[in-house]
Design a protein around this ligand. Structure first.
Ligand code: FES
Ligand code: FES
Length: 1001
């Protein structure tokens, strides 16, 4: 069809297919990549553009429908302020505000959010916060918690009205005495509302109780805008799918309709004969190589039980065949033409039956390779048995023993960018894999044998990533495209649909967790025991390590008091079983949120049993600085455990400050506050959870970095670390800039490419700021040393007197003597590269940590429960966290806000369910609800800094811990509100109602 329309203020005419979507027209035909693919059903909003000034989801609009219309995409809004030739004034105020406020994390939703905001501000110059939230509600964001995007739009509105906005500066020191009095004060730190009716509920900048520094830092600790924010605000083609390649094929996978079956016969003849089909691959066509899809260091700490394609399928959604075709429609047609004859096998759909006598064996392939205590004959992917102290003796010493069983569901990471990969042969016949992954180096190592190529003939490129949350710590789809490129010799793009994300991706392990705790009447814990039955699904990826972490973190927090502090009694047993449901895997928190749902609900029960205040009970029994991490001598992700002492622990302060901010003293146990005036069916409640996480895996995780100076005094920082939207590129650049005495803008970060950047184990285990950061600091110190030596020589020659290198200080883009003489870094760089005794000043370093210093946090929730319907509304979440020194308060608080929001879904709404045939009930964002901007509670972040001595800037980690305590804090608040003592999440109205009526949860 021939259509005409206005695109970004220019008239265009173009031929389109009648059934092409507007998203396909924009991305595939016009090369405008600002509109993103996040689903196919019009629910995520990532594909939105403005049509006649109104946001429209282009994935559900046909291209011919724009005939005669006015279409505006993010590409026309504003350009880089330093672009030489440009059509605009630079960034639009909305883009600028998104950059400044930290509203951009992965940036995948950002173009659509900015356009939605633009449409609002064109109509309403003075929007309320609620109007902004309604305007953004059509765009789902899995990273931010929406707080900073809302703030950005309000800030942009003020700018567009010509008002002055305060610069965003920080950190905001908040000593305990101020925080304790905080309740009731205006919430205007950092962001000053420009008029009284523009009240926002929270400040851009979190409150920070600052750890003492040896000397004030210039860059570390400052709210620097993210180094990639400007390109993401412009919708630049930064992501894996944002690439045009001549002759690129589209891949699709045929998935199993059965939960467990043998493929008796498969015939792809008709599919191969279909015009436009380039290749069809079945298990008969590719080498049979057993591997694990878990993206982990060598050796993989789990069983090898997976094949690219197999003669057996083990869940609804398992792979049966791969197709590559000229178009998506042809590939879809080819899938229909593949004839498969299945021999159905009995399926295990209830993981609690997997260990039963006579249960069908899910992995009977002879190639299966055990790890540790895996035993496929019993459907056992991993077994853990840890005894610390003498638990039975501890129970004998207790005055009472409290028991409970808790359940957690299977939930989805739901990053808005699906898994996506592009593969092609380069001119040297090396296979290039451009993929949205958290673990580029593991992808190369693990796929090489699967593809039959030596690793050196594979190059993995990681562009920007549209969120990962552990879902992309999996070598999940790269082999599909790679096999098809090898088979066809052509570039191949493979991208999961949203439905595939739900039925053929990874998810959080569902678990049944039994707790048993011995306690004395004074509240001293004498013994604590946890037994977990964990469902790894059809494959054992991350089976051992996720479930091991559940105990390693959640059970380590409670050691008891008095003599028990030195010699706690803890038992942690777990069986991780196979079932015929989609595989579980890594998901932000890596097993720890499951553990804390059980531990913190259970501790609430124990505290109430001994009639202690929940805060006092937690302070009395939890781990403190100077004590041994009790699990450190017992377990270490399948490696040799080594003792580790906790250097820093701000948990007690977190509990006090969080309590002050949420008003614990006035609300907890206060009957008159609990009741809502004029609403007899409503009850308010308040709850708390104490949590800890880890920072990297000791003696295992390693990151590398290289830094070189350029002849303008700027630096290139190359890291193998993977920024998923967390801001890790920015905090790494800040650490380099601090050492080198330059602003962040002088550090150009590139990550990551297995050909060019140093090795890094990837983004997981909350390790990047700490591990990769330490590597960056080391590399920067090497560079700084070379600069000091050269600067001392230059200044000595110039001044005619000797100047020692160790007396030189780097600051303000210059090298300074104690007397105040200086040479600029430009002069040093020109001298080094062009003038005298030439050298490339550069540093390369790596870092592996012998410790994993835990961050700690207190999480609080305030809820309102409708006792007639069971409906719970979460009104406020507060998190006070000790994550060590905060390198960037904007990115760190963004992590907390986004993590709390994800965890809120875990608490009250998210659950993947299956029918009696193992077919998924949730395959889109309609059925699987994640929070939208207009559904959010108030969020508050407080950083209680400690100075972790094992890191040059005292940092620990913040990425995962926000996931851990929201569900139990909400559960405890529900208990406080109405007496419903929930054991199972999500806390749906049905479950709460059942418990209120006296049933099981
Ligand atoms: S709404 Fe169009 S991609 Fe999700
Ligand atoms: S920043 Fe919104 S989805 Fe990542």
């Amino acid at each position: 069809m021939h259509i005409q329309f206005a695109l970004n203020r220019k008239a265009i005419e173009i031929e389109v297919d009648a059934d092409a979507t507007l998203l396909e027209l924009l991305r595939d035909q016009l090369g405008l990549f600002g509109a993103k693919h996040g689903c196919e059903t019009g629910e995520c909003g990532a594909c939105a553009v403005l049509i006649d000034g109104v946001p429209v989801n282009t994935c559900v609009m046909l291209a011919p429908q724009v005939d005669g219309r006015d279409v505006n995409t993010i590409e026309a809004l504003g350009e880089h302020p330093e672009l030489g030739w440009r059509d605009s004034q630079g960034l639009h105020p909305i883009q600028q505000a998104f950059v400044e406020t930290g509203a951009i994390q992965c940036g995948y939703c950002t173009p659509a959010m900015i356009l939605a905001a633009n449409a609002l501000l064109e109509r309403v110059s003075h929007p309320s916060e609620q109007q902004v939230r309604e305007a953004l509600a059509g765009v789902l964001c899995r990273c931010t918690g929406y707080l900073k995007p809302v703030q950005a739009v309000l800030r942009a509105a003020a700018v567009l009205r010509g008002e002055h906005v305060e610069p965003i500066e920080g950190p905001i020191p908040a000593p305990p005495e101020l925080l304790a009095d905080f309740e009731g004060q205006p919430e205007a730190d950092g962001f000053q509302p420009s008029s009284p009716d523009l009240l926002t509920r929270t400040a851009i900048m979190p409150r920070i109780q600052v750890a003492p520094r040896e000397a004030p830092w210039q860059v570390v600790g400052k709210p620097e805008p993210k180094v990639d924010a400007i390109k993401l605000a412009q919708g630049k083609p930064a992501f894996a799918a944002d690439i045009e390649m001549r002759g690129m094929l589209v891949a699709k996978v045929l998935h199993s309709p059965l939960a467990h079956a043998r493929i008796k016969h498969i015939d792809a003849t008709e599919a191969r004969a279909l015009p436009g089909v380039a290749a069809v691959l079945t298990w008969e066509d590719i080498p049979r190589v057993v591997y694990s899809t878990a993206g982990q260091s060598d050796p993989i700490p789990g069983p090898l039980d997976t094949f690219s394609l197999d003669y057996k399928v083990r869940f609804v959604g398992d792979r049966v065949a791969f197709v590559a075709a000229e178009t998506e429609a042809i590939a879809a047609k080819a899938l229909e033409l593949i004839k498969v004859e299945y021999e159905p096998l009995p399926a295990i759909l209830d993981f609690e039956k997997a260990l039963e006598e006579g249960a069908t064996q899910i992995h009977d392939e002879p190639e299966y390779i055990n790890f540790a205590d895996s035993d496929p004959s019993r459907n056992l992917a991993a077994e853990i048995r840890i005894d610390i102290g003498d638990v039975e003796e501890g129970f004998k010493e207790a005055d009472m023993v409290v028991e409970g069983t808790y359940k957690v569901p299977k939930v989805q990471q739901a990053h808005i960018e699906p898994h996506v990969v592009v593969t092609y042969w380069d001119e040297d016949d090396r296979l290039v894999i451009r993929t949205s992954t958290q673990v580029p180096f593991h992808v190369r190592r693990q796929l090489a044998p699967v593809l039959g190529l030596p690793p050196k003939r594979i190059r993995v490129v990681k562009p920007r990533i549209g969120g990962g949350f552990g879902g992309k710590q999996e070598v999940l789809i790269e082999d599909v495209a790679a096999h098809l490129t090898i088979a066809t010799g052509r570039p191949v793009r493979f991208e999961y649909s949203r439905a595939e994300e739900f039925f053929a991706s990874r998810s959080r392990h569902p678990m049944r967790i039994r707790m048993k705790t011995g306690v004395k009447r004074d509240g001293t814990i004498t013994a604590n025991e946890m037994y977990i039955l964990s469902d790894t699904g059809a494959y054992g990826c991350h089976a051992l390590t996720v479930t091991g972490n559940t105990g390693h973190k959640s059970m380590a927090l409670y050691v008891g008091d008095g003599p028990y502090r030195k010699a706690p009694n803890i038992r942690f047993y777990a069986d991780v079983v196979y079932s015929n449901r989609p595989p579980s895997g890594a998901y932000r928190g890596y097993g720890v949120p499951q553990g804390f749902w059980a531990v913190e609900r259970h501790m609430e029960r124990v505290a109430r049993k001994v009639e202690m205040d929940p805060l006092d009970f937690r302070i009395k029994n939890t781990l403190r600085a100077g004590e041994l991490q009790p699990f450190s001598t017992a377990w270490s992700e399948g490696r040799e455990p080594r003792p580790e002492t906790i250097n820093t622990c701000g948990l007690e302060d977190c509990i006090h400050q969080g309590a002050a901010v949420i008003g614990w003293g006035d609300k907890f146990g206060n009957k008159s506050w609990r009741e809502v005036p004029n609403a007899p069916h409503l009850r308010r409640g308040i709850g708390v959870a104490a949590v800890m996480q880890g920072t990297a895996i000791p003696y295992l995780d390693m990151g590398g970095a290289s830094i070189k100076i350029n002849d303008d005094g700027s630096f290139n920082l190359l890291v193998g670390a993977t920024d998923l939207g967390t801001g890790s590129d920015t905090v790494l650049a800040q650490q380099a800039a601090e050492v080198l005495g330059v602003p962040v803008e002088d550090v150009v970060v590139y990550s990551s490419d297995t050909d060019f950047t140093p090795f890094d184990k990837g983004a997981y285990a909350s390790s990047t700021t700490y591990i990769s950061g330490a590597a960056v600091v080391r590399a920067a110190q090497q560079v700084a040393e070379r600069i000091r030596i050269r600067a001392a020589r230059m200044l000595s020659q110039e001044r005619g007197k000797p100047i020692e290198a160790e007396d030189i200080r780097l600051a303000d883009r210059s090298a300074w003597t104690p007397d105040g003489d200086s040479v600029t870094l430009v002069e040093v760089a020109l001298n080094a590269l062009h003038h005298e005794d030439q050298e490339q000043i550069m540093g390369v370093a790596s870092y592996m940590s012998p410790v994993s210093p835990p961050p700690f946090a207190a999480q609080f929730a305030e809820v309102t429960v409708d006792i007639e319907t069971g409906q719970v509304r979460v009104d406020k979440l507060v998190m006070a966290v000790d994550a060590g020194v905060i390198v960037n308060p904007l990115t760190a608080s963004g992590q907390v806000e986004g993590g709390m929001t994800q965890a809120l879904g875990y608490a009250v709404s998210e659950e993947m369910q299956y029918d009696e045939h193992g077919r998924p009930r949730e395959t889109d964002f309609r059925d699987y609800h994640i929070f939208a901007a207009n559904e959010m509670p108030a969020l508050e972040t407080i950083f209680i800094e400690t100075y972790e001595p094992s890191h040059p800037f005292g940092v620990k980690a913040v990425a995962e811990i926000p996931m851990d305590g929201v569900a139990p804090a909400v559960g405890n608040a529900v208990l406080d509100a109405c007496g419903a003592d929930l054991e199972t999440i999500p806390m749906t109205p049905e479950r709460i109602w059942e418990v209120l009526k006296g049933g099981d949860s």
